[in-house]
Structure formats: C-alpha cells, structure tokens
Design a protein around this ligand. Structure first.
Ligand SMILES: *Cc1c(COP(=O)(O)O)cnc(C)c1O
Length: 458
C-alpha cells in the first residue's frame, strides 16, 4: 500500500515511513492511495483477529500478517473487557459502544496501544531510535505514554500545563515508572506547551539530531486502528447502523467515514460537539469559521480547528491536493471555509449530521441516562448520547453512540449530575497512592531542549 499527501506535493510513502513521519513534507496528511474493501467478519473472531484482518491491506508488505496479528493480540490484551469494545443497549434502537476499557480509560488507548507496538516493530526492523515529543491537556498524553512505555527504540517526552490537568489525568502520566518516559510540567498554558513542541520540530538541527517523532491525532496509524470498532459494531448488529461520535479533532468520526467507504453497512455519521461547535456549524450551515475556544465539561473536545478534517476535505475535492492546499491556505488567512453546494450534496449531506450540546444539556443527559438505565456517562459520551437522541427521530435504523471516556476519568461532572462519584476500575484503584515522577520546567525552549537532549537515549 502506498500513501499520498492531502496537499499533493510530498513523495508517496509506504506504511512504515508514514507511521514514523506523522505530517507529510508539504504540510499535508497521509492517506492511502486507494481504499481497500472490508472483508466479511468471520464468525467467532476475537476483536484482535478482526483488527488484524481489517488493517492488513493498509500495512501491506511492511508487516507480515502473523506479526500484525500478534501485535493486535498483545495490544488488546491490555483491555479490561474481553470484547475490547462492547455494545450496551440503552434504548429501543440505541446502543453505546464502550471504547474506554483500555489502560488509561479513554478511546485513544485503542489506537495508541497498537501504535506503540507498531513503532517498536518498525524501529527494530530499521535499527533506528526516535524521540517522541508531544503536548497534552490531559487524555492524549497518558494514552501515548502507556502505549510507548515498553518501547526500547523510543523515548517519549510529554509536556503539560502545570496545575491545569485533573489529578487523575496528571497521575496517569506521572506514575508510569519506565526509563523512556519523561513527563514535563511547564509553567504555562496548553498553548505554550504546544508552541514549545512546534518550536522543537521547527529547529531542523535538533529535530534531526534527536530523530523527533510524534504520535498526535493526525498520525495515520491512529486513524487506521479506529476503523476496527466501527466494523465490529456492524458485525454484531443487523441492518444499517448509524454512529454518533463525540468529536474534537475529527479523527474518530473520520475513521467511521473510512469504515463506510470500505463497505461497512453504515448509514449516517452524527458529529457531536460541545459549545466549541465549528463542526456543527459546518455540517448544518456550511459555516466553518473559527471562534475562541471556550472551556467545557468535555475538555477533550474543546477544539476549534479539527486537524483531521483535512482528510475529508481531500476526498470532497476528489483527491485534488492542489485545491485542498489552496482552500486550507484561504481558511488560515480568513478564518472561514465553505464548500460548493454540488460538492456538499454528494459527499456531506447524505452522510454527516451534526448536533451540539452545552454544559447544562450535558449534565442533564448524564442525570437522565442514570435515572433511566443506571449507567454513568462521562461528559464526552453524554454529549454524544444527547446528540444522538436529538437526531434519531429523523434517521432510520439503529444508532450506536461511541463512549469515549470512562466516567471515573471525569468524576466531578458525573457527581454534579447524579450525586454519585464513579470509582476507578481495579487496575487503577491505587493510582492516588502511586509515586509520581515529574520534571518542572519554565516556559522556555532552551530549557526544554536541554532536558530532552540530556535524557533521550538515541
Ligand atoms: C480525544 C477525545 C475525543 C475527540 O476525539 P477526536 O478524534 O479528536 O475527534 C472525544 N472524547 C474523548 C474522551 C477524547 O479523549
């Protein structure tokens, strides 16, 4: 399988190179040169076996089939539920698919547990070492650390804004005792952390000396691994299935688009947003214009520019990279993007629907769902469940809302809505007693670079 850039200028690459490259050299994102067809699920396959079967065409010859299966088995063994992504019925035609049974209790584990193993495999093959750097406001950092902690060919440095993550989120990062894991508390905001990471990548000499790499949400392998649970849900349900997806960077719901494109019986994809509703405005009113980010009860969706949207734009443009690059440049300059009516008709209006919930509505969904079903929803999942309920009357068929975080990851909102404080699952029960390892650094590029240079194994 070859990969092309959404901006049409960068060289085509194979899977292993795309895995390590992250962003393409022309600033675009990599997508497969063609979309393979989904093979029928075989009765009795485990999640890991089905995952390997679905992903094999994407990795091509870069990874032997038996090795890919072994990595999937190993990755999904870390999940606390035998089905990995179980479906729970919460209404007549409404199911929740729980994607939070991984080590750090958010859906990002599904991709990052596998990505860590893919990195180890490909780097060992090439006898290379990389230094992964990233910024986090909470969920991504812990999932990335947990995925990479056993890698002997990669160090990982995660920057987070000191004092601005929840205690559970911080401890999930700082209590990992592994020599290749470095958690840095920056005296600054999340944006400061992101700027420091960008500056490290923009320092060409530093970037090359340390073989910098990233596992952020634009990484193709993450999007690929997320296709699997859409397919397993449709394997288990009858007829056409709609999905409702709590969305931020548009990675998760784009994986649903891929599953549909590969032939999974998927009807509509419902894009659920909180008050940061750029995606809702785009899908419902053709208005993609950026506004200031407002903090919400579902912080992992507090995003204004959804980086993975570029992959959909490329498809809408019939894979014209030049046009895609031009539109994105105009978007960056003007803060506005709109799509011609004929393009919308084919690729958007028949597939995507969007809805938004504010914090009050989100708490209301948590309260109501608990009263009706006894199930505790985290605030991100609640945005999805509320959006699904709102659009369901106008969409035929079964709805699956993706549960993207465990309620115990956001206990304050859940307690506010229901009076019940959700308990951490057994494997994290002693999280609050574990020893933390943190390095505090000022918001200063030289200080961070010196630290990374001193501690990377290379
Ligand atoms: C990351 C995250 C999201 C958003 O997913 P995208 O792929 O960025 O759209 C939603 N919910 C939770 C809990 C997350 O961690």
């Amino acid at each position: 399988m070859r990969y092309v850039s959404t901006r049409g200028q960068a060289a085509e690459l194979g899977f292993a190179e795309v895995l390590l490259a992250g962003l393409a050299s022309d600033g675009g994102l990599y997508v497969p040169a063609e979309w393979p067809c989904l093979s029928d699920g075989v009765e009795g396959m485990t999640y890991a076996e089905r995952a390997a079967q679905i992903m094999q065409p994407f990795v091509g010859d870069d990874i032997a089939a038996a090795d890919l299966t072994a990595m999937c088995v190993d990755a999904y063994r870390t999940f606390a539920h035998p089905a990995v992504a179980p479906l729970i019925q919460i209404g007549d035609d409404h199911f929740v698919q729980e994607l939070f049974h991984g080590p750090t209790l958010a859906f990002k584990d599904i991709a990052l547990q596998l990505v860590g193993r893919l990195f180890e495999y490909v780097l060992a093959q090439q006898d290379r070492h990389v230094t992964i750097v990233g910024a986090t406001s909470g969920d991504t950092g812990s999932a990335a650390i947990d995925g990479i902690k056993h890698c002997s060919y990669a160090d990982i440095f995660i920057l987070y804004p000191n004092g601005r993550t929840s205690e559970v989120q911080r401890r999930q990062m700082t209590t990992v005792d592994s020599p290749n894991v470095h958690v840095i508390a920056i005296d600054g905001s999340f944006d400061d952390c992101q700027d420091l990471v960008k500056a490290m990548f923009n320092d060409a000499a530093f970037r090359q000396r340390l073989s910098l790499s990233a596992v952020n949400s634009i990484n193709w392998a993450r999007v690929m691994a997320q296709v699997v649970y859409y397919a397993t849900a449709t394997d288990h349900l009858r007829g056409e299935v709609n999905f409702c997806v709590p969305s931020g960077n548009f990675g998760n719901v784009f994986s649903g688009w891929i599953a549909k494109r590969m032939g999974a019986p998927i009807g509509r994809l419902v894009v659920a947003s909180n008050a940061n509703d750029i995606l809702t405005r785009f899908f419902n009113d053709n208005d993609m214009s950026t506004r200031a980010v407002v903090p919400s009860l579902s912080p992992s969706m507090d995003i204004q520019v959804s980086s993975n949207f570029e992959r959909l734009l490329f498809e809408i443009n019939d894979r014209d990279g030049g046009l895609t690059a031009e539109q994105l440049q105009r978007f960056r300059a003007s803060g506005r993007l709109s799509i011609e009516a004929d393009q919308r008709a084919n690729d958007i209006d028949g597939v995507f629907t969007a809805a938004r919930l504010d914090d009050g509505e989100t708490l209301d969904v948590i309260r109501r769902t608990y009263a009706l079903t006894g199930m505790l929803l985290d605030p991100h999942t609640a945005v999805g469940v509320g959006a699904a309920e709102r659009v369901q009357p106008s969409i035929p068929g079964v709805m699956v809302t993706l549960a993207t975080a465990h309620p115990a990851k956001f206990p304050d909102a859940v307690e506010r809505a229901t009076g019940i404080r959700p308990q951490l699952p057994l494997h994290l029960a002693d999280l609050m007693e574990r020893r933390e390892r943190i390095t505090e650094l000022p918001n200063d590029l030289a200080a961070v670079q010196t630290f990374v240079e001193r501690h990377a194994h290379r």
